[in-house]
Design a protein around this ligand. Structure first.
Ligand code: UDP
Ligand code: MG
Length: 320
């Protein structure tokens, strides 16, 4: 494909970002202009703002920007606040109809727009279909956010969720990657887990993250925790297996407990009924855990079935 016909969409989820967009949208447009001037992308590339049911003047601002930069700023508005992941998906699925690649970036420009050029070059030059933006350090984060985020990645990995370390949702996806993403119909959306499952040729660009340009974070601790739990429970049925393993370990411990009880019974002074009570508590406890774990295994199967994820993705065809 001729690079000047490659249309890039920059998708920006916005929730109560009044006062932020007037600064960030022109900056994003400048990036597309520069890339278009260099012949990397089509001059018809555009910024797509997704208003995630904001309560402030975000939509009015998007409308004003759209009429100011006719054809180069588009907007979609969600009827309710659905959260960052859904707003992003809505934007990507809109963009899919009319772009060759889409970059997702937060409205606050904590992820530097200049990195988009590097992403586009990896896409057009090296043929990468998904390019992840990965933070080289977390200097601008508070100690708490830095460590809680790191802990979160580690926990997810230990549960078998495939995510990219220190990558948030700043990434480029080709049209083909977007088409494959559209095959995922799950309700609990955790894009950072789904995108690595898509496959295709991927690349990484690293960058330093800045502070917010204006406004404040919409991700307080409560939302962050909910997001982390979602990230694990949408991809892993492993916690249920742990229940099963705990039951098995307890069952093995029962042997030690039984020996202790028999020993106390023979050589110590034990109350009437103590031995049978202790033995049944331990034995039944482990059996109950094993039973719950077994039920969990079946629920885990149901869980993967109802997600109805695509079972495979064909990336190339020849000779048809
Ligand atoms: N956002 C959204 N819906 C929400 C919360 C946030 O679309 O319910 C957007 C927000 O406007 C921003 C991005 O998601 O563009 C990231 O949010 P924020 O910068 O507040 O998160 P942080 O960078 O602090 O993790
Ligand atoms: Mg932010």
């Amino acid at each position: 494909m001729d690079s000047t016909t490659r249309k890039l969409a920059i998708v920006v989820p916005c929730y109560n970002e009044e006062g932020v967009l007037v600064r960030s949208v022109p900056e994003l447009l400048a990036v597309t202009e520069k890339l278009a001037a260099e012949g990397e992308i089509s001059p018809a590339s555009y910024v797509l703002c997704v208003d995630d049911g904001s309560q402030d003047g975000t939509w009015a601002e998007i409308c004003a920007l759209s009429s100011e930069h006719s054809g180069r700023v588009r907007g979609v508005r969600l009827a309710h606040n659905r959260g960052h992941q859904y707003a992003l998906l809505a934007g990507l699925m809109e963009a899919r109809r009319d772009c060759d690649a889409a970059v997702s970036i937060d409205a606050d420009l904590q992820d530097p727009p200049s990195v988009i050029s590097a992403m586009v070059r990896k896409w057009s030059g090296e043929g990468d279909e998904i390019v992840y933006g990965v933070r080289s350090s977390r200097q601008t984060d508070t100690w708490f956010k830095r460590n809680s985020a790191r802990g979160f990645y580690k926990l997810q990995r230990s549960m078998g969720v495939d995510t990219i370390y220190d990558h948030a949702d700043f990434r480029l996806m080709s049209r083909r990657a977007l088409d494959l993403l559209s095959e995922y119909h799950e309700q609990n959306l955790f894009l950072r887990g789904i995108v690595p499952q898509i496959g295709l040729k991927t690349g990484i660009v690293t960058y330093e993250r800045a502070h917010r340009v204006a406004g404040e974070s919409k991700y307080p601790l409560k939302k962050m925790l909910a997001f982390s739990i979602d990230g694990i429970t949408s991809f892993s049925a492993r916690p249920m297996r742990w229940i099963f393993y705990t039951g098995v370990v307890l069952l093995l411990l029962d042997i030690a407990v039984a020996l202790y009880v028999i020993f106390s019974r023979m050589f110590g002074h034990v109350a009437l009924g103590w031995s049978s009570l202790i033995l049944s508590v331990w034995f039944l406890g482990s059996l109950i855990l094993i039973a719950i774990g077994m039920v969990g295994e079946y629920i885990g199967k149901i869980f993967t079935e109802v997600k109805a994820r695509p079972r495979y993705a064909i990336s190339d065809r020849i000779g048809f």
